[in-house]
Design a protein. Structure first.
Length: 78
């Protein structure tokens, strides 16, 4: 939603599906945003120091993008 790729209807549906499988839907409070950002730098999708993300555009469809700023990640995790 933050990036304009995913709408509220898809968000609600995806959340319901995740909850139905009893998977976590929130980041635990014990994880600091700065620690998450640091960990992302060692992810296998990092190329040339740039983190690449797989971003859903609708359920079952996604794109790969390197245009997600640290501030966007902070906003999402806040």
């Amino acid at each position: 939603i933050e990036l304009g790729l995913w709408d509220r209807q898809c968000d609600r549906r995806q959340l319901a599906l995740i909850e139905k499988t009893q998977l976590p839907t929130q980041v635990p409070n014990r994880l600091a945003v700065d620690d998450i950002l640091a960990a992302l730098q060692s992810d296998k999708k990092v190329k040339g120091g740039i983190v690449r993300f797989v971003l859903p555009t609708q359920i079952g469809t996604a794109i790969v993008s390197d245009r997600v700023s640290a501030q966007v990640i902070r906003n999402i995790l806040a």
